[in-house]
Design a protein. Structure first.
Length: 270
């Protein structure tokens, strides 16, 4: 009888292990249709995240403007799709406000299947929960089946404040914890005015940091001509404050409307 009980618990443990990946994939916060449109991104020496939107039957690659510093028309960016870095020739579309850390890239090929996603921060309230997606330090959710593609990290935050002044670039402040690699990823919220449909409100730029003293010491000053040959050295590190800085989507929306050159989406069969 004792052997049967032991065998039962061993089998139960194995079943739990086998079903672990399936259970993880059953998250409901962000549907896979959106997750599958967020990708690792690189241009030159810069790396971060990007995502795909469709607007007026054209497709655009959206990322943080600082990740494409120095980009020109028909330069090549790289997106990691199904574990292969794809080279895509793009034409950049910049917002009129140069403080806004967002850029839209019109590519020379389709990156993701057509999908309708609400964009813009209309309907978002200060104090509500939001999500931001990306690939911190190049990390991702990865399974051996049914797909080998990388799935972005999902982090939860609170919309803490906004700064809509023109000289701010239209900032969205989040109470969360950002890491290098999230830059260029989307900020997403549930629009209660649209039956809780998920909507992309903005683009992650970075985070506020503050200098924190980690060490101070007195050392010999060999160049001193006074009797006091000691000088104080203080070392600081830049500490992550937990304030995520993102930029409102409205500025890049206007730029896209003024320059609708995204890759044409295939026509839907009637």
């Amino acid at each position: 009888m004792r052997k049967i009980v032991v065998i039962f618990f061993v089998l139960l443990s194995l079943l739990d292990t086998l079903s672990f990946a399936e259970n993880v994939k059953l998250q409901r916060a962000i549907p896979f249709g959106i997750l599958n449109r967020v990708f690792p991104f690189a241009f030159g020496e810069h790396a971060g995240s990007c995502f795909i939107i469709d607007d007026d039957d054209r497709q655009y690659i959206i990322t943080a403007r600082h990740l494409v510093s120095g980009i020109s028309e028909h330069d090549t960016i790289r997106i990691l799709i199904n574990e292969v870095w794809r080279n895509i020739e793009v034409v950049p579309i910049f917002p009129e406000n140069d403080k806004t850390d967002i850029v839209a890239l019109a590519g020379n090929k389709l990156v993701a299947p057509k999908m309708e996603i609400l964009i813009g921060a209309g309907g978002m309230y200060v104090g509500q929960d939001v999500y931001f997606l990306g690939f911190p330090f190049g990390l991702a959710t990865q399974f051996d089946k049914p797909t080998t593609s990388r799935i972005a990290f999902i982090k939860k935050a609170i919309l803490s404040a906004v700064d809509t002044r023109p000289d701010s670039g239209n900032i969205i402040y989040l109470d969360g914890h950002n890491n290098p690699g999230f830059s260029g990823g989307p900020v997403i919220f549930a629009n209660y005015e649209q039956h809780e449909r998920l909507q992309i409100a903005g683009v992650v730029s970075g985070y506020k940091n503050q200098p924190t003293k980690v060490m101070s010491a007195l050392i010999e000053d060999t160049k001193s001509n006074t009797n006091d040959s000691k000088k104080k050295i203080v070392h600081y590190i830049l500490e992550n404050t937990g304030i995520v800085v993102a930029y409102h989507f409205s500025e890049i929306e206007k730029a896209i409307k003024n320059k609708p050159i995204g890759f044409p989406l295939p026509k839907t069969k009637e």
